[in-house]
Write a protein that binds this ligand. Structure first.
Ligand SMILES: C[S@@+](CC[C@H](N)C(=O)[O-])C[C@H]1O[C@@H](n2cnc3c(N)ncnc32)[C@H](O)[C@@H]1O
Length: 313
């Protein structure tokens, strides 16, 4: 059994600067990567269990049922790399099918990642598991030092690519291409465009878990940046914008208010939004064009109930 954990704190310490810049911007916005403190990670797992949020379950069903085809299309790989691995649950299916020598998992939430990766390492004694606690948007290139030579598969499930507007998504896919190397591949899962009512319901679950996930950002800022944001004075507001092909998630101020964050004062007008996340939805052909803009060529495609997994080389 081999388990390595490497922390890249310098690459994650931008919270204060990013939040202050985001609150000074118009419209106010905070990058979604800051959702994931420990409570945020737990809430995300709870979102995946909500009846309205079929995305995770559909992707798992797709992967479970099409795994033999997917594994045959991927072929032999030395290493699987998953940026934003979270609880490392999905990648286990791939490890079972591909039997790589190494698994490298990356996440900005270091403590939950370490626990999840160590659990994988215990369950797969022949697998070398390497967990990198880093912000991959800042420091992805450093991950290359933690990859063995040999064929690599970058795995990016969960429609996480949908959190990036098209230009940023293309830039990230190009960085994945460098990380994968000349003979490397990318296996990516993304949510498809579908009935907007279904999409709307997925981000407005009846139990209010997505709302709690969105509002937890304020609690994080209170705790980590000495802010005085009152979650009761903001409303979770998520809707599908068909013109842009994306879910938009906001925290809308219910009152006119002044708040303090990291020692600075910010004003919210009544109804003003703090934008927290986009979640773009795609058609398969749209995604092929996006990936092509980053130099990837389609090598396989599997779809199930409004979700797609594509393989690129
Ligand atoms: C939506 S969850 C998906 C988890 C898992 N890949 C899945 O599909 O179930 C997104 C994960 O990516 C991580 N993440 C988001 N932005 C990140 C970044 N810039 N650098 C590293 N990890 C990031 C979050 O902490 C979270 O665990």
């Amino acid at each position: 059994m081999s388990f390595t954990f490497q922390d890249f704190p310098a690459a994650r310490d931008d919270l204060r600067a990013d939040v202050l810049a985001g609150l000074a911007a118009r419209p106010k916005a905070i990058p979604p990567k800051y959702f994931y403190d420990e409570a945020g990670c737990r809430l995300f797992e709870a979102i995946c269990a909500q009846p309205e949020y079929a995305l995770c379950r559909t992707e798992r069903t797709l992967m479970a049922t099409r795994l033999p085809d997917i594994a045959a299309a991927v072929g032999e790989v030395e290493c699987i790399v998953e940026p934003g691995a979270g609880d490392c649950a999905k990648v286990r299916q791939l490890v079972d099918a591909l039997r790589p020598a190494q698994l490298t998992v990356i996440d900005i939430a270091g403590t939950p990642l370490a626990a999840a990766a160590q659990a994988v390492s215990l369950d797969y004694p022949d697998l070398a598991v390497c967990a990198l606690a880093m912000d991959f948007l800042r420091d992805l290139e450093a991950a290359a030092d933690w990859l063995p030579p040999g064929r690599r598969l970058v795995y990016y499930p969960g429609s996480s690519i949908g959190n990036f507007p098209p230009e940023a998504a293309s830039a990230l896919l190009a960085r994945f291409r460098k990380l994968a190397g000349g003979d490397g591949q990318l296996l990516i899962g993304f949510d498809l465009k579908k009935d907007p009512q279904r999409l709307h319901a997925a981000y407005n679950d009846a139990a209010g878990v997505t709302a709690a996930f969105n509002l937890n950002l304020l609690s994080r800022l209170n705790r980590e940046l000495g802010a005085d944001l009152d979650p009761a004075r903001f409303r979770h507001y998520a809707f599908y914008n068909p013109l842009k092909g994306r879910i938009e998630m906001h925290l809308v101020s219910l009152v006119e208010q002044d708040v303090r964050v990291a020692g600075e004062r910010f004003h919210f007008a009544l109804g003003e939004t703090l934008h927290t996340e986009h979640s773009y939805k795609f058609r398969c052909d749209e995604f092929v064009s996006l990936a092509a803009s980053a130099g990837w060529k389609l090598a396989g495609e599997w779809t199930h109930d409004g979700f797609a997994v594509q393989l690129y080389a």
